[in-house]
Design a protein around this ligand. Structure first.
Ligand code: ADP
Ligand code: MG
Ligand code: ZN
Length: 600
């Protein structure tokens, strides 16, 4: 069996080896067992159920939450020569008939189904009389209220195990901490299913976090250095998606915005133009999410801090699905934190849920401010213990320099005590810096003994230092009391001189001198000749994609075209060695490609 699954990977997909836990999962499912697969976004979950489906007799059912996702997968399978279809409430009678025929004749291998369609009683009855090879539940975290994207539709999927007791079920997701994993198994009624966890490390994504000052200017500089590359800028509000996109457009970039308030034709258009490489940058709310299967996204920027690590990691995971070098840039500020905290407090959820969300937000804040390896922070968060440096995060690449911050800490603590723990961060900073702002004078802060003691430290420096002091537990922020700064048991030790404080040096933002370390590495190392060939192949690919009405990457990934452009295969034998070319694509496009190469 193992021989033949490798053959399918080679012949059908044109890939040379399995990734992560793919092979183990496939063998487990083929042996008839249930599985829960936790694999990062872009890791290759689809192959985990597609190969068993191709290798088995009968029809595989795949549950997926979004029609756009199902369509992309079905298109991709068709170009590989695998017969697949989508069924949901909106398809025509004709299509239904065609699907029926293909099921009856036993030619259909994979049927993608929306959850509400699948659990309708007639449909389950119908499927029960047919040979079913397996049931796959993609984005399985949607079944759990602990997960990041609960969907009530998914809850009904609990009937599957009892309706198809002898059929293996494979549930897959990229976001599930330990408690969500258990909950998914409970909800789907297969508590004893084996869990396969792949490492969450995405070695091809360089992560970086910056204090959110002059964000727009920083983003403009960033995209200037990455002209023509595809990227997403995630924003918290609809309004900011519009304003950021407008500013980028004003600079001549091909940018658009995307949020749930736009009508669906506009949203579809933006998504399609982005997929087809006609727009480079999409400024979006989190509504721009699950359906994004574009493999050549080179960077994801968070204009504001996301609400938790799960969301953050899912979002940056949209970069670099093709395995090539990619980047994630996070901006954060105290204001972001307070906004997110307010959303939680004002939501209609119950108290326990709010507490969980607040705890998660605090972890996100600690991540944004972390002074050591960020990758390890995330891996430890998801329960994958690791502590060697990753070498692809900002802190590993440029370790921060530390200064002695004991005096600053003492100034702050003493200021907090002398104002009876009544001040928020901005007011405390104004007091320490001796501001003569009206509010400061009205509150009588100019009469406090610590007024002006921290004058030589600029305001932005104070913000970063206080944030670090909160993260170190030296002072605390009381959310339940107007976000006032208060002392902790450690504060006293600092005042008594029993503790020395290390602070990471203020990180200065200099628009002219931004870290441009990795930009060069991302550029394709092709000679000019090859680059021209690559461009010709892309033009050809665009024609093909338009003819077949599928996204360009369904024809070939950039990575495959780049390999062709540098290897310049002379015949079919050489061509099929290229990563991403299997038998069907060789038959369909081999002639065209060889012609383009020889003309070149
Ligand atoms: P996920 O659903 O886990 O986010 P996908 O299944 O969409 O990821 O796969 C991401 C990309 O990786 C796809 O383009 C897929 O073809 C590719 N891929 C998957 N497995 C392999 C492999 N073994 N070798 C090379 N590419 C792979
Ligand atoms: Mg997927
Ligand atoms: Zn690191």
């Amino acid at each position: 069996m193992s021989n033949s699954i490798e053959q399918i990977l080679n012949d059908t997909y044109g890939y040379s080896s399995f990734r992560l836990e793919q092979k183990k999962v496939i063998e487990h499912v083929l042996a008839g067992h249930d599985a829960l697969v936790i694999m990062p976004t872009g890791g290759g979950k689809s192959i985990c159920y597609q190969i068993p489906a191709i290798a088995s007799e009968g029809l595989a059912i795949v549950v997926s939450p979004l029609i756009a996702l199902m369509n992309d997968q079905v298109n991709a399978l068709k170009t590989l020569g695998v017969s697949a279809r989508t069924i949901h409430s909106n398809i025509s009678l004709e299509e239904k008939r065609a699907i029926n025929e293909e099921i009856e004749s036993g030619t259909l291998k994979l049927l993608y189904v929306s959850p509400e369609k699948l659990i309708s009683p007639n449909f389950i009855q119908y499927l029960n009389t047919r040979p079913i090879s397996l049931i796959a539940i993609d984005e399985a975290h949607c079944v759990s209220v602990w997960g990041n994207d609960f969907r009530p539709d998914y809850v009904a999927l609990k009937v599957l195990k009892s309706s198809f007791p002898n059929i293996p079920i494979i549930a897959l997701t990229a976001t599930a901490d330990a408690s969500t994993q258990e909950d998914i198994k409970q909800q789907l009624q297969f508590p004893h299913a084996k869990t396969f966890i792949s490492s969450f490390e995405r070695g091809n994504i360089t992560v970086e976090s910056r204090p959110g000052q002059q964000r727009i200017q920083q983003i403009i500089n960033w995209v200037h250095q990455r002209k023509g590359q595809a990227g997403i800028v995630y924003c918290l509000s609809r309004k900011s998606t519009e304003s950021v996109a407008d500013k980028l457009k004003a600079q001549g970039f091909k940018a658009a915005n995307y949020h749930a308030g736009m009508d669906s034709t506009d949203r579809d258009r933006v998504q399609k133009e982005f997929t087809d490489d006609k727009i480079d940058i999409v400024c979006a709310t989190i509504a721009f999410g699950m359906g994004i299967d574009k493999p050549n996204i080179r960077y994801v920027i968070h204009y504001s801090m996301p609400k938790n690590i799960e969301a953050y990691y899912q979002e940056i995971g949209r970069a670099g699905r093709d395995g090539e070098q990619s980047e994630a840039l996070l901006f954060y500020s105290w204001g972001d934190f307070l906004n997110l905290q307010r959303f939680i407090n004002e939501s209609q959820s119950n108290q326990i849920f709010k507490e969980v969300q607040t705890a998660k937000l605090e972890r996100m804040w600690a991540y944004a401010n972390a002074k050591n390896c960020r990758t390890n922070f995330v891996l430890n968060y998801f329960g994958e213990y690791k502590n060697e440096p990753c070498n692809h995060c900002d802190n590993c690449k440029n370790p921060p320099k530390f200064i002695d911050g004991t005096t600053y800490a003492k100034m702050l603590i003493s200021g907090i005590i002398r104002t009876n723990q009544r001040l928020s961060m901005p007011l405390l900073i104004d007091m320490l810096r001796g501001s003569s702002r009206q509010e400061v004078i009205q509150l009588g802060l100019d009469k406090i003994k610590t007024y002006g003691v921290g004058r030589e430290v600029p305001q932005l420096h104070w913000t970063q230092y206080i944030t670090q002091l909160i993260n170190q537990g030296i002072v605390m922020l009381d959310f339940s009391d107007g976000s006032r700064l208060k002392i902790t048991p450690l504060s006293e030790q600092v005042l008594k001189g029993e503790m020395e404080i290390q602070l990471a040096e203020y990180e200065k933002f200099d628009p002219k001198n931004q870290k441009k370390t990795k930009v060069e590495k991302i550029q394709v190392d092709l000679s000019d000749m090859d680059n021209l060939l690559f461009k010709r192949l892309k033009v050809w690919r665009a024609q093909m994609a338009a003819e077949k009405d599928v996204p360009a990457f369904v024809i070939f990934h950039d990575k495959t075209l780049k390999q062709i452009a540098s290897l310049k295969p002379k015949d079919n034998t050489e061509l099929i060695r290229v990563e991403g070319i299997g038998k069907q694509k060789l038959a369909d496009y081999g002639g065209d490609i060889l012609r383009i190469i020889s003309e070149h």
